[in-house]
Design a protein around this ligand. Structure first.
Ligand code: FAD
Length: 349
């Protein structure tokens, strides 16, 4: 895996611009939009001179570091990187030329409405969006129950059925006529993720904003990266949970050492999942291989945040406790598409 050349700068950025916001993100549904844009402005998302794989290997380290501080913001970064993946892979050269620099340089934020299509392709549900071919583009109709990292000026990827035999993928502007957004902030965590229920009513998407007219072929190309960028959400949270357990090692004369799950056990599993993940990144990301890594990351993350609650003890049960926040965030990691049950189904196939 390529190492980050600017590690200190990323640490400084996190300390200065994310750390002071973490409680606000968790407690006041604050969306760390300016931090996300700053990541791009500081060059952390640039793929200039890199292959898609090399860019991903570097970007997963950024998602990891952000998530170790705040998984909600790490998830927003994932949304953006998913959108970046679509733009990097599209054969629509004009679309790529128009959006790629702005998405990489901190001028524009992207998002993804692909949970429903991912479930559609796994045989779990029907597509929620329909597309009708009209002169110069498509007209989209339907609703997506939750799309995050949205706001004025943001764009998101969406897949719609254009009849029985064709699915298309569009890059949709939140500001397009016919797009209505309803903010969702009643979740257990993740309320600072700028998540909206998204209704599309006769939304015209011109051909210039179509990522692919053959989503059935496009999806297998992009979905390994879609999942790749999720893995460090869990690994970052796990790392932070282990650090938290290590901090209270000697409390109450070392009584924590009697608990069934120790930080060393979790560190060993984290090292193993990280090694599998690195191997995937180094040798070329495969769909099944990355699904295995993602599944291991889910169960490891849940074990780590649970154990940290026990090791930290009483203080972990306070509303503002970082251990409690990580526990709530980790339950979203397990419910993010592909959810644990979706992963189990795909790995069985
Ligand atoms: C905080 C948060 C952020 C999310 N961000 C995104 C995102 O950026 N992009 C994205 O594509 N997905 C997003 N999702 C969806 C997520 O990835 C999962 O799909 C979701 O958590 C549910 O998965 P599930 O399979 O358990 O479905 P279930 O919750 O069991 O739901 C099954 C299906 O019922 C339907 N459904 C559920 N709730 C509603 C509703 N309120 N109105 C109408 N239909 C509904 C949907 O078809 C859903 O897939 C988000 C979810 C949450 C909680």
């Amino acid at each position: 895996m390529q190492t980050l050349q600017q590690e200190r700068t990323l640490d400084e950025l996190l300390q200065q611009e994310l750390k002071p916001l973490v409680r606000k993100v968790d407690e006041e549904a604050y969306y760390a939009e300016s931090f996300l844009l700053q990541l791009g402005r500081d060059g952390w998302l640039s793929s200039e001179g890199l292959t898609v794989g090399e860019a991903a290997a570097r970007e997963v380290q950024v998602v990891h570091a952000v998530s170790a501080n705040c998984m909600t913001t790490g998830f927003n970064l994932w949304c953006h990187l998913a959108a970046l993946t679509y733009v990097r892979h599209t054969e629509n050269e004009a679309l790529r030329a128009r959006f790629l620099p702005a998405l990489e340089n901190g001028e524009l934020l992207g998002a993804t409405g692909l949970s429903n299509p991912m479930k559609y392709y796994a045989g779990l549900e029907k597509l929620h969006l329909n597309a009708e071919r009209v002169s110069g583009g498509y007209v989209l109709n339907g609703a997506l129950p939750a799309v995050s990292n949205l706001g004025k000026g943001h764009w998101f990827g969406a897949i719609a059925a254009a009849g029985d035999d064709q699915r298309i993928m569009a890059f949709v502007s939140c500001d397009a006529e016919g797009v209505s957004l309803k903010e969702k902030t009643a979740y257990l965590g993740l309320n600072g993720s700028a998540t909206y229920a998204c209704r599309l009513q006769d939304v015209f998407v011109p051909d210039e904003e179509i990522l692919s007219e053959d989503a059935d072929t496009f999806v297998p190309a992009i979905r390994p990266y879609f999942v790749t960028y999720q893995v460090p959400l869990g690994l970052g949270v796990t790392e932070a949970a282990i650090a938290s357990m290590n901090k209270c090692r000697s409390r109450q004369h070392g009584a924590n050492q009697l608990l069934p799950v120790q930080p060393e056990d979790l560190q060993e599993r984290l090292d193993q999942v990280t090694a599998d993940f690195t191997q995937q990144l180094d040798q070329g990301v495969t769909w099944k291989g990355m699904l295995e890594v993602r599944r291991k990351a889910v169960y490891l993350t849940l074990d780590a945040v649970n154990a940290a609650m026990m090791h930290t003890g009483g203080p972990a049960y306070l509303q503002a406790s970082p251990d409690g926040r990580r526990l709530r965030e980790a339950f979203f990691f397990l419910n993010l598409t592909p959810t644990a049950k979706h992963l189990e189904k795909m790995l069985q196939a």
